[in-house]
Ligand binder design. Structure first.
Ligand SMILES: Cc1ncc(C[n+]2csc(CCOP(=O)(O)OP(=O)(O)O)c2C)c(N)n1
Ligand code: SF4
Length: 480
């Protein structure tokens, strides 16, 4: 049989689908699948609107996961439901690119609903094409948030029960109720007339995105004949007779004319600006750390600080990280929150390095600063062979089974008796760390204390004294 091509392929598609393994001249979609029609409308529109070179098509998880086989434009695959989050990153990083967040009803309405609705509410300058076929197509036709009441699917063999599964999610209606989105319309890709309306809606959303008017969404009611177990013709009839009465075709919102083009968010990428805005360094630093040489740390110095919530463990880690940062090291600080905060161990991971840091998570540590018994029980086995342990001997009994280098500091006692406030025990430990590890100059720690307790003169004075006491105790230990 000879093929007669009535309409050529849109220029927005590759001539040959070389990325597709096996057959290169047709798509992987089932006959009658709505994705095929929608892909064609997109491929035509991006070229007609002159957007092909700066449009990024986000391929979702679902049957359209292989969109990049077909579209001759930039594309990116993302985890299930994450398209609006990735789209946000793309347009924030490059406000001149155009991002199509292409999502099924499982992808958008179920696993990714929060990311979707938050992006809509922020009014990100993206176009979301929401493909509502009423089921999870790719995985064999399970119930989706948009499955109709009474509709039979793989996971609702007796039909969707509104008692147990609730009513279908009316996404367009919900999005239109938000203030930020500029354009929301529901169309159906069934009859030629409906497809023409869908084509217009899609072009409108792309145009608004090009004009930087903000967030647009078009919901496309389409068929998944394979999972509905219907012919293509019956599927279209079913959409028209059963789906559209539930999900009416409508332009819910079109207020782009009232909106000015969005201004690009200004990123603060200037390291010095960030430092100045966060720390007001010029005003309060007693020392000029730019004159301090960068410490000769080999590889990464991986530190774990652990103790009770309330002992200032997270601040201790922050003070170390900041002291490293002030000496132009790369520094990361990763707090661990959770139920542990209430009465058990609170901990944080700090990594210092001259090079970029691989991971901020510290499992095997070079230094463990432990301030209570559960912490030492939990983390001492994770110390590396050469690792150093600095612990508060008031709260901890430790017989050092692995024979690590260990320094017992009476931190809580010093803080209580000498400084007059047990809450300064963390600064005693900071002083001990400064002296024992000897990687970072004491001036950076002092600056870090000034920064962290800005404006609280008495607190600064107490913590500086505690820091000096910690250094003194550590020196004594090291000499003995
Ligand atoms: C994190 C994660 N959870 C679940 C899956 C399994 N999965 C693949 S596709 C899909 C549903 C897709 O349905 P929909 O978004 O409606 O797209 P369609 O296939 O119908 O176009 C699911 C649940 C997955 N790939 N990743
Ligand atoms: S299973 Fe459904 S959604 Fe997936 S390609 Fe086939 S018809 Fe399209």
């Amino acid at each position: 049989m000879t093929k007669k091509i009535l309409f050529g392929k849109p220029k927005g598609f590759f001539d040959v689908y070389d990325r597709r393994p096996g057959i290169k001249d047709s798509t992987h979609y089932c006959p009658g699948c709505g994705h095929g029609i929608l892909h064609k409308l997109i491929a035509e529109a991006v070229v007609d609107l002159g957007m092909q070179d700066d449009t990024i098509f986000i391929c979702p998880v679902g049957c359209s996961v292989f969109g990049y086989y077909y579209f001759d434009m930039a594309s990116i695959s993302v985890p299930h439901g994450r398209a609006p989050a990735v789209a946000t990153g793309l347009v924030r990083a490059n406000p001149d690119c155009h991002v199509i967040s292409y999502q099924g009803d499982g992808d958008l309405g179920a696993i990714g609903f929060n990311e979707f609705i938050q992006a809509a509410n922020r009014g990100e300058n993206i176009a979301v094409f929401f493909v509502n076929n009423g089921v999870y197509g790719m995985t064999g036709g399970q119930l989706a948030p948009t499955t109709l009441p009474g509709q039979k699917t793989l996971t609702s063999p007796y039909g969707r029960s509104v008692e147990t599964e609730g009513y279908p999610l009316k996404v367009s209606e919900m999005v239109a109720a938000l203030d930020s989105p500029v354009y929301v319309e529901r169309v159906a890709l069934t009859s030629p007339k409906n497809i023409r309306a869908g084509r217009q809606a899609l072009r409108k959303a792309l145009t608004y995105m090009k004009e930087k008017k903000g967030f647009s969404m078009v919901e496309f009611l389409v068929g998944c004949p394979v999972n509905l177990k219907k012919s293509t013709k019956d599927t279209d009839e079913w959409i028209e007779n059963s789906v559209i009465p539930y999900f009416p075709l409508k332009c819910f919102k079109d207020i782009a004319a009232e909106r000015k083009p969005k201004q690009s968010a200004v990123g603060i990428y200037d390291k010095l600006k960030v430092k100045n805005s966060l720390l007001e360094t010029e005003k309060i630093h007693p020392f000029d750390e730019s004159k301090v040489p960068v410490p000769a740390i080999e590889g990464e110095l991986r530190i774990k600080c652990a103790g009770f919530g309330g002992q200032g463990i997270l601040s201790l880690g922050m003070l170390i990280a900041e002291a490293g940062h002030l000496q132009n090291l790369k520094a990361s600080w990763l707090p661990s929150y959770g139920p542990e905060m209430r009465g058990g161990t609170a901990n944080c991971s700090v990594v210092l390095s001259r090079e970029s840091i691989g991971s901020p998570i510290v499992k095997e540590s070079d230094v463990l600063i432990a301030m209570n018994q559960p912490s030492i029980d939990r983390f001492s086995a994770d110390l590396s062979g050469e690792g150093l342990l600095i612990y508060d001997s008031v709260n901890i009994k430790f017989d050092n089974p692995l024979k690590r280098k260990a320094y017992a500091i009476d931190a809580s006692l010093i803080a209580k008796d000498t400084i007059g406030d047990v809450r300064c025990a963390n600064s005693v430990m900071l002083g001990a760390f400064c002296e024992i590890v000897a990687a970072i100059g004491e001036k950076s720690f002092i600056n870090s204390i000034y920064n962290n307790f800005q404006g609280k003169e008495k607190v600064i004075e107490m913590n500086l004294r505690a820091f000096e006491e910690g250094r003194k105790s550590a020196r004594k230990l090291m000499q003995s």
